[in-house]
Design a protein around this ligand. Structure first.
Ligand code: SAJ
Length: 441
């Protein structure tokens, strides 16, 4: 199948780069978003999100004459839905005393409904948003069929999850393997033809529900793996062991790959997607539920380490919080455990000054933010490294010692060279590093 014109619903971290990719590869793209501010920003030639290489890609797409943005969809050969699927802040499900989060599918519903008046026989519709299993069949298909056309017969319908890593979206969009699940084999094939326009990685076709499950399984696997790393960190502290050393040695085993402990799991994928399984089958997903509990409670475990570093009491202590994003080298602060921990420290009575190098103008109600490292550190008593940004990994302890009166540093990411910092007079507390003596008494 050949696609001359497509409509992409949702111009966020996935929709916008995808729109740019199609446009620079010769497809006419109408990028649609319901937020007028986003449309205005893009029309001015500016971006509302930061992602390496995205500015250049969008510029090239606009210059090619193939990318237009609009508040409304219009007739096209294919429609891609790439809108957010967060969970409700105020609604929960419950199973056997376990409270679980519920997916908010309103954006998917609204975007799909907006397509209906423009849907024509022979069109392809692809859902990309991460969704609970069976969403394509049970939610999207019935809405689209209000057009009078039948999914799989009159139009093609497929699910193809985005699986790109924030910070590397453009490269991964092109190079990653892509899975396309059709409600019929012909729908999957139509999806393959569409994405083959720019995807260089392998394109695997399957059915829609399998593709939905694949996406959730990938992120759930990672969440469970990080949960066990976090539990190992807790155990290591109890036993007086350095978890980083222990994990590095365990990972030398050819069939072991333990991920990294940290102050918690954030972002809008790994900390969200496992809930889609729990919500869809709470009676079966108990390990997944338990892992979510471990990772969600990790900021509190990390707070305990800061408390210890402050000799048991944070009240009145001046704390420099280094990094706020949900992970290293990105500017995304959504669902960030660093933000949560900074808030927890402030709530414990500390005077927190937080610095996020990738968003120096970030603002929060719960604690103070400052635009430079110097301002965060110049009167601090405690430095707490929350995010393993390259910039922080490269800090020279001697230079930092000259900029701050603090001589205590807490490393939540296991990225600082403990000996080098100790040599400059710092007392170093690292998450997952126990202090119990390791010799026979
Ligand atoms: N984290 C750890 N320890 C680790 C790895 C990560 O604590 O060893 C934390 C990070 O600090 C962060 C969170 O987990 O707070 C998530 O970070 P991430 O790098 O694991 O994942 P995301 O959310 O940036 O992107 C993931 C990716 N999924 C997988 O690697 C299986 C990406 O490929 C997906 O496209 C993305 O989710 C998504 O959109 O679903």
């Amino acid at each position: 199948m050949k696609f001359k014109k497509i409509c992409i619903m949702g111009l966020g971290y996935i929709g916008l780069p995808t729109a740019a990719m199609f446009a620079v590869n010769g497809v006419q793209v109408v990028g649609v978003d319901v937020n007028p501010k986003i449309i205005e920003t893009l029309q001015r030639g500016e971006l509302h999100i930061q992602e390496p290489g995205l500015r250049i890609a969008v510029k090239a797409a606009v210059k090619s004459g193939n990318l237009r943005v609009s508040l409304q969809p219009e007739e096209a050969d294919a429609f891609i839905v790439a809108v957010p699927t967060p969970f409700y802040e105020d609604k929960y499900g419950e199973y056997n005393g376990r409270k679980y989060k519920l997916a908010d599918m309103r954006a998917v519903t609204a975007a799909t409904e907006a397509i209906v008046p423009h849907l024509r026989a022979g069109n392809l519709v692809v859902l990309e948003s991460t969704s609970p299993p069976r969403t394509t069949l049970d939610l999207v298909a019935p809405i689209l069929e209000k057009s009078g056309l039948k999914a799989g017969q009159d139009f093609y319908l497929a699910y193809s999850p985005e699986r790109v890593l924030p910070g590397q979206i453009l490269r991964e969009l092109i190079e990653n393997a892509r899975v396309i699940g059709g409600v019929t084999p012909a729908s999957a094939e139509a999806g393959r033809d569409l994405y083959a326009v720019f995807v260089k990685g392998e394109i695997v076709t399957t059915d829609a529900t399998t593709a939905e499950m694949v996406k959730l399984m990938e992120n759930t696997y990672r969440d469970v793996n990080i949960a066990i790393a976090n539990e190992f960190a807790r155990l290591a502290e109890r036993f007086g062991v350095n978890v980083w050393e222990a994990i590095a040695i365990a990972n030398l085993h050819p069939r072991v790959k333990i991920l990294r402990p940290g102050p918690g799991v954030g972002g809008h994928c790994i900390s969200v997607d496992p809930w889609f399984f729990v919500e869809s089958a709470p009676d079966l997903a108990s390990l997944i539920y338990q892992s979510r509990q471990v990772n969600d409670s990790q900021p509190h475990f990390a707070l305990e380490l800061v408390r210890r570093a402050a000799a048991g009491n944070l009240r009145g202590r001046r704390v420099a919080a280094l990094g706020l994003s949900f992970k290293e080298d990105v500017d995304d602060l959504r669902e960030s455990p660093a933000v949560e921990l900074a808030g927890l420290m402030q709530r414990e009575g500390a005077q927190v000054k937080a610095f996020e190098p990738h968003k120096p103008d970030a603002h929060f109600e719960q604690f103070e933010t400052v635009p430079t490292l110097e301002e965060a550190c110049n009167d601090a008593e405690l430095l707490v490294l929350l995010v393993g940004h390259t910039m922080f990994k490269q800090l020279d302890p001697r230079q930092v010692a000259a900029q701050t009166p603090a001589r205590i540093i807490v490393d939540m990411r296991g990225v600082l060279d403990r000996k080098a910092w100790q040599a400059e007079g710092f007392v170093v507390f690292t998450l997952g590093v126990g202090s119990a003596p390791q010799k026979v008494e």
